[in-house]
Write a protein that binds this ligand. Structure first.
Ligand SMILES: N[C@@H](CCC(=O)N[C@@H](CS)C(=O)NCC(=O)O)C(=O)O
Length: 233
């Protein structure tokens, strides 16, 4: 099967992370979103990535629908769940997906006020998850499940931002932080993106056009020295 992709798209990463978690082989085809190829427009009802082309040639769209298809088409990550547990997991997964673009826009904030406002919106979802998380390594217990996969793109990006700009979207949410570390330890974050993902991501979100990229969001970190040298703030 083939995933039509755009390198830094979190919706795509949710799909590739699930394929990686299930050890399913797939090809990737990257397209330009500013100049979408005609073959893509011909088969994509919403004109968006991810698009999954199955081995039978069916084009599946909308990441929610694609991951549900993959969970049913290949051995389930969590086979023992009741219908009610599955419904709840979908709801917690939707909460992540609804916030992918919120996080993208927060990362692109041009100044402090905008960052504060957008980060606050993402923070509401993070607060809800912080309240829900228990003491197990993964959302649903001791093994990886669909909610973990849905939240991976958010927590992976938050980690890159923290490492490269010192700004911490997760903040003072200890359970979310522990869960973030656990998910990153699985290696799925790296496996589900291309090898130059971090550079491509940083070039877009941590450029001199963004508040985070200019290194202005932190007073107390090793980057502030560089920031002062560049007089960027
Ligand atoms: N609801 C869609 C959202 C996907 C989405 O927003 N993809 C973006 C890239 S991250 C895209 O294709 N944008 C191009 C466009 O909307 O024209 C899904 O879950 O698959």
């Amino acid at each position: 099967m083939k995933v039509v992709s755009f390198k830094i798209c979190p919706f795509v990463q949710r799909v590739t992370a699930l394929l990686e978690a299930k050890n399913v082989d797939y090809e990737l085809e990257f397209i330009s979103l500013s100049d979408k190829p005609q073959w893509f427009l011909d088969i994509s009802p919403n004109g968006q990535v991810p698009l999954l082309i199955t081995d039978g040639g069916e084009a599946l769209f909308e990441s929610d629908a694609i991951v549900e298809y993959l969970e049913e088409a290949f051995p389930a990550l969590q086979p023992e769940l009741s219908l009610e547990e599955k419904a709840k997991n979908r709801a917690w997964s939707y909460l992540a997906a609804k916030n992918y673009l919120v996080q993208c826009s927060a990362q692109r904030s041009p100044d402090q006020d905008v960052l504060r406002e957008r980060s606050g919106m993402l923070g509401k979802a993070f607060d809800r998850m912080e309240k829900r998380l228990g003491d197990t390594p993964y959302f649903g217990g001791d093994s990886l499940g669909m909610v973990d996969i849905a939240w991976l793109p958010l927590l992976h990006r938050a980690d890159i931002i923290e490492r490269r700009s010192c700004y911490d979207f997760v903040g003072d949410r200890p359970k979310l932080k522990t869960w973030q570390r656990q998910l990153l330890r699985t290696g799925l974050a790296e496996k589900s993106v291309s090898s130059d993902f971090e550079d491509a991501f940083s070039a877009f979100y941590l450029s001199d056009q963004t508040y985070l990229g200019r290194g202005c969001a932190v007073d107390d970190c090793s980057l502030s020295e560089q920031c002062a040298l560049d007089a960027c703030c």
